[in-house]
Design a protein around this ligand. Structure first.
Ligand code: AMP
Ligand code: ZN
Length: 475
């Protein structure tokens, strides 16, 4: 008997057995990046958690329709629908157009995605490709009486018309009203009301704006996710996920506007990943890693410091996705050492897999899946893997098969020697590897060997594969 998949559902505040609306099909929507800057490793922690979710569903035999959006318009620096547009801020910072910024950081994000071995979603959806759908949704909300206009500002959702508004996040609406006497956007009826459409200020030509029944302008950030999710996955999703920072505002708003428009449950399960926290420094600091704070750590930065992307993935796997995780270099070193020692045990097994047949092997598989299926209990699953490798009664072939099987969920590349080619070798070293490739193409074996020795001196081994590619691995 396969164990049952269950998840902690933010909506019910309980762990529940996972079920889907349509048999064996899982419709999953994950809030994606706002592409005005690089993703930091806190953002990436959330995508690693969502990747584990995706892999569990794939492994569990579901046909997964998995959407990740790219927010390339409408995300303002303040949750209160004021402040600058993040995209325009990025453009001003770099002296480029908003479209160039969106393109550049989308590409950078996709690169991080691949390096972390995240399974590609079924569909990436860009907010700017879905403007008509967003306008249509706002129109429905207006027709149903959920929306009101604020002259020269835009169209807002009236949260008082959606009595369940506070339930999802357990909001204290009365407290919000008392606290909001100062600083509430002029014209808003209730402090929690949020923009569905913002009109461009008079005499200002914005870089991104579209015609609408309410005037030229741009959509609110929240409406993007609802419109894209419902267009591609239908009115009721099986799972919606994101980081816990989205519960109070973004996801409460998505629920209000989607359910206001359709009258049915927007998502049956809501999964939220805990924050990556920065370690406090002598000057203070600490707390949630965030882009707006200015300084933040990117995956590129880790690679420059000679960590592998898989070291960071392993670091994330070591903590349960719902708990806070403190980022520290010591913690990352420990993850790197643990992964290295794991690889020392799994590398010799590569290519030796037989079938998983004995009762003993099936028992290890069941224990591993029980952990992974129990609200993505990957710290426990990793412990099961390590115990399994020590089992003297298990045949090598079965051990090898179990490693390959478990890695379908772990995604650490344990079934391949070293890391795959061009994944995360630090920049200058990657250039050396390229040069070596050229040298080999020109049969310059002397230069090829010199470069191999140079890389060796830096702690990296290279292996020339029979198919003509070259892999590298930490020594
Ligand atoms: P953003 O690009 O800011 O819209 O965020 C992308 C994703 O990263 C969202 O799901 C956020 O909830 C999540 N996120 C933001 N900061 C952190 C953090 N420090 N730790 C974990 N996830 C985060
Ligand atoms: Zn979203």
């Amino acid at each position: 008997m396969m164990p049952q998949i269950s998840f902690y559902n933010t909506a019910s505040r309980k762990q529940e057995p996972f079920t889907t609306l349509h048999p064996r099909v899982a419709n999953v929507y994950c809030c994606g990046p706002t592409v005005y800057h690089y993703a930091h490793i806190g953002n990436l922690r959330t995508y690693v958690f969502e990747d584990l979710l995706r892999r569990v569903l794939d492994y569990g035999g579901y046909a997964v329709n998995h959407i990740v959006n790219i927010t390339d318009v409408g995300h303002l620096t303040s949750d209160a629908d004021t402040g600058e547009d993040k995209m325009e801020k990025g453009a001003a910072r770099e002296g480029k157009s908003v479209w160039e910024i969106a393109d550049f950081y989308t590409q950078a994000f996709m690169k991080d995605w691949e390096r972390l071995n995240l399974v590609a979603p079924s569909l990436w959806t860009k907010a700017t490709d879905h403007i008509p759908e967003q306008i249509a949704l706002v129109k429905v909300l207006e027709e149903k009486g959920y929306a009101y206009r604020v002259p020269e500002d835009g169209v807002y959702f009236d949260t008082a018309k959606f009595p369940r508004y506070a339930d999802f996040a357990g909001l204290d609406i009365r407290g919000m009203q008392e606290g909001a006497r100062i600083g509430v956007t002029e014209g808003k009826r209730n402090p929690a009301d949020f923009a569905l459409w913002k009109v461009s200020p008079k005499d200002v030509q914005r870089a991104m704006e579209w015609d609408s029944p309410w005037g030229r302008g741009f959509p609110g950030w929240h409406v993007e996710c609802s419109a894209m999710a419902m267009k591609h996955l239908g009115p009721t999703l099986d799972i919606h996920c994101g980081g816990t920072d989205h519960i109070r505002v973004h996801h409460s708003n998505e629920i209000a506007q989607s359910e206001g428009a359709t009258g049915v449950t927007f998502s049956r399960f809501w999964l939220h990943g805990g924050w990556l926290l920065e370690a406090p420094t002598e000057e203070g600091g600490g707390g949630k890693m965030s882009k707006s704070a200015g300084e933040f750590v990117t995956l590129d930065f880790l690679l420059k410091k000679n960590y592998g992307a898989m070291d960071y993935r392993y670091f994330c796997l070591g903590a349960h996705y719902r708990s806070y995780l403190n980022f520290s270099w010591e913690g990352l070193d420990t993850a790197r050492d643990s992964l290295k020692s794991l690889r020392r045990k799994t590398d010799p097994l590569i290519g030796r897999a037989t079938a998983i047949a004995s009762e003993n092997a099936l028992g290890w598989q069941r224990r591993f899946l029980t952990a992974a299926y129990d609200d993505l209990g990957f710290p426990q699953a990793l412990a099961v893997l390590n115990q399994m490798l020590k089992d003297p009664d298990l045949l090598e072939g079965e051990k090898a098969a179990l490693v390959r099987d478990f890695d379908r969920l772990l995604g650490l590349g344990l079934a391949e020697k070293g890391e795959r080619e061009d994944r995360s070798l630090p920049g200058p070293l990657a250039a050396l590897l390229d040069e070596r490739k050229d040298a080999r193409a020109h049969k310059d074996w002397k230069r090829s060997d010199e470069i191999r020795d140079l890389l060796k001196a830096k702690g990296f081994g290279v292996k020339d594969n029979p198919d003509g590619t070259t892999s590298w691995f930490p020594l």
